[in-house]
Design a protein around this ligand. Structure first.
Ligand SMILES: Cc1cc2nc3c(=O)[nH]c(=O)nc-3n(C[C@H](O)[C@H](O)[C@H](O)COP(=O)(O)OP(=O)(O)OC[C@H]3O[C@@H](n4cnc5c(N)ncnc54)[C@H](O)[C@@H]3O)c2cc1C
Length: 196
């Protein structure tokens, strides 16, 4: 099994009684709200026929820690709200970067990688010392720089992100993030996420 990326995905908040809300919203269309909770796979049957909009009524917020390379891809998902640690207003004084497992697998790659990181942070410190603002000095920082981002997605967008980003074609780091999202959502809302 491939070694995992050093990323963290933490659930911060989720719509209370999300599945009940979704089912009763869906059942409103047929005036059968009194049957809410009586058919365990009701939501999955709706999803199968493309009646997906009712899962937009619930959402979840996550704190995600990973590289800027990964978050650059994550924020391409537009039906969302994001708040990310700023490199304009926060100084990246200490070197803090992700090392991909693919790099860790080879001593020569680790040496080249570490040397590039040291050199980037040395240049960053020198630029700050010369009087430049962090927003300018950050231009020398690498894609591997760790960042924190709070992401809020509704369940429909979460299903889309999980489907797209757990694919073998996705970036390995974002795949690990998407797999963590999938595990959390299967636990929190099994009726909505059980098919993924
Ligand atoms: C394996 C992989 C490789 C990729 N490679 C590249 C690359 O080389 N270069 C690059 O630039 N990007 C790349 N991307 C990013 C990709 O093009 C999308 O920008 C990204 O996956 C966001 O997904 P989405 O477009 O489904 O949008 P989301 O924002 O997640 O939207 C969800 C859905 O809402 C609908 N939607 C949202 N906005 C609109 C709109 N304006 N008009 C119509 N429908 C809309 C669509 O149905 C969309 O699928 C890659 C993605 C993957 C998974």
């Amino acid at each position: 099994m491939a070694e995992k990326y050093d990323v963290q995905v933490t659930l911060l908040a989720i719509t209370p009684e999300a599945e009940r809300l979704i089912e009763s919203a869906g059942r409103l269309c047929w005036a059968t709200q009194d049957k809410t909770g009586t058919v365990p796979d009701r939501i999955q049957r709706w999803l199968e026929i493309g009646h997906e909009s009712m899962v937009e009524h619930a959402s979840a917020s996550f704190l995600i820690r990973g590289s800027r390379a990964m978050t650059h891809e994550l924020v391409r998902h537009r039906l969302a709200s994001y708040s990310q640690r700023s490199q304009r207003y926060v100084r990246e004084t200490e070197p803090s970067y992700l090392v991909p497992p693919e790099v860790r697998a080879s001593a020569a790659a680790v040496e080249a990688y570490t040397s590039a990181m040291e050199s980037a942070w040395k240049a960053y410190a020198a630029l700050l010392k010369s009087g430049l603002k962090p927003e300018i000095a950050r231009y020398v920082l690498p894609n591997s720089c760790y960042t924190d981002i709070v992401c809020t997605w509704n369940f429909r967008e979460l299903r889309h992100i999980i489907r797209l980003r757990t694919s073998p074609r996705a970036l390995p780091e974002i795949r690990d993030v998407a797999e963590a999202l999938r595990a959390i959502m299967k636990r929190e809302a099994p009726q909505v996420f059980e098919d993924l």
